[in-house]
Design a protein around this ligand. Structure first.
Ligand code: PGA
Ligand code: ZN
Length: 428
């Protein structure tokens, strides 16, 4: 056993220049673990609640109280505990907080501490984090889902759809998928610049596009894939994160860019038409987080053709995944550790998804940092997809580059890269 001998909180800064919580844990054998909490912008109502100070300075976003909780109550509760007993650590954090949404101590404080503890345990075992999680199991790199255009809450609502992403079903390795994505990213930027529709980059590093309609983004992405020399659908396919909660009001879906509002049924038909017309393999949060009926009928309508992913709808909750599976809503879940607050609960959601036959995608947030924990979670837990934002800005590239390091270190010992079979179970 390696006991926790010190725990410190630290206020650091995320990719939007906002304060966030870093936790650092030291063990009695000299091992150290460190992690930084990310932060969402299009958050689900059911997420663990970040503790922010409010008030005037830093637009109320400061995290001094959350850092103080790490240095005070949380430190006292964890000193002397075995860092390798992750479940016990996490149960202690959950009980200490005592609220269903982790709002007393803060989801940001808890997730930083929980992940730091995991890092310390891996360091103590002298193993990379992914190996510490995988044990003797063989692993594969996950298939990247990479944003090309950013919209929604990440680009001040410039387009309504939040993420236009690519996946590379035809790539033979993680490294090759990144290389192909880079070509598509350059091609997409070139097309936008030519049209005079390039407004810089959005929060996750994807282009901030001046499209005239939401569908134009899909068509432009197909053209970019072709410009880059790839076969749309075969080499490189499309994933969308609609993040529909963001434009749902009064029971209708408001597409501000197109100056019209749709019923759930009309939105479903629009998306189903896109799925038929374009090489789309995955659609995330097509309806609002509380519109279960729409999610069910959409999954019935297109669930055999595409991955229907719950993000705000499932908020990395094992219980919600089980309930959704019983209702036939979605067939895949986005996994974000800070949505639920601890490593153990995140793992529970992965296991619940697997038991339900759901696809799983580990995901970053729109507010990120140099922390690469999620890449290790995806590899170590055998999660076959990874969504990190776009192919620019170092808080994103740090994750892709960490994946490259892991892939290189696996060499011939890796399981086959899962891209070719991953989306085959759809589109039959
Ligand atoms: P968020 O969005 O991190 O801003 O909440 C990411 C997503 O919706 O997948
Ligand atoms: Zn999402």
């Amino acid at each position: 056993m390696a006991a926790i001998v010190e725990l410190r909180g630290r206020r650091v800064w995320d990719s939007r220049g906002r304060p966030t919580v870093e936790a650092e844990i030291a063990l009695d054998d000299g091992a150290i673990g460190r992690a930084i909490a990310p932060a969402g912008a299009s958050t689900g109502a059911g997420e663990a609640h970040d503790k922010r100070d409010g008030g005037k300075s830093l637009r109320g976003l400061d995290v001094r109280h959350a850092v103080h909780a790490v240095d005070g109550e949380i430190r006292i509760a964890l000193l002397g505990k075995d860092a390798a007993a992750q479940r016990e650590i996490d149960d202690t954090l959950i009980a200490l907080d005592g609220t269903p949404d982790k709002s007393r101590l803060g989801g940001n404080a808890l997730v930083a501490v929980s992940l730091a503890c995991l890092h310390a345990a891996a360091a103590s075992a002298r193993q990379p984090l992914w190996r510490h999680l995988a044990g003797d199991r063989r692993v594969a790199l996950p298939v990247p889902e990479i944003q090309i255009y950013g919209g929604g809450a990440h680009a001040r609502g410039r387009v309504d759809i939040q993420d236009y992403l690519v996946v590379c079903p035809g790539a033979g390795s993680f490294a090759e998928a990144l290389e192909w994505t880079a070509e598509v990213y350059y091609a997409a930027g070139g097309r936008l610049a030519k049209k005079g529709a390039l407004g810089g980059v959005a929060d996750e590093g994807g282009y901030w596009p001046a499209f005239k309609s939401n569908e134009e983004g899909v068509a432009e992405l197909v053209a970019s894939i072709e410009d880059a020399g790839f076969k749309p659908g075969e080499d490189v396919a499309i994933a969308l994160d609609v993040a529909a909660t963001q434009f749902y009001r009064g029971g209708r879906y408001h597409l501000a860019l197109e100056n019209r509002s749709l019923s759930a049924e009309q939105l479903a038909l629009m998306l189903a038409r896109w799925i038929d017309a374009y090489p789309i393999v995955s659609v995330e949060d097509p309806f609002a987080e509380n519109d279960t009926a729409a999610m069910q009928s959409f999954t019935r309508l297109v669930g055999d053709k595409v991955q229907v992913v719950g993000d705000d709808f499932l908020v990395t909750s094992a219980a919600r995944v089980r309930a959704a599976a019983a209702q036939g809503a979605c067939n895949a879940v986005l996994i974000k550790p800070n949505q639920v607050g601890t490593v153990s609960e995140t793992h529970d959601a992965v296991l619940a998804a697997r038991a339900a036959g759901y696809g799983t995608i580990v995901s970053a947030r729109s507010g990120e940092s140099e922390d690469t924990s999620i890449v290790h979670l995806a590899v170590g837990w055998g999660v076959p997809e990874l969504k990190v934002g776009s192919f620019s800005r170092s808080e994103r590239m740090a994750k892709w580059n960490e994946g490259l390091r892991i892939e290189q270190s696996l060499g011939a010992g890796a399981l086959p890269y899962p891209a070719r079979r991953l989306f085959k179970r759809y589109r039959r």
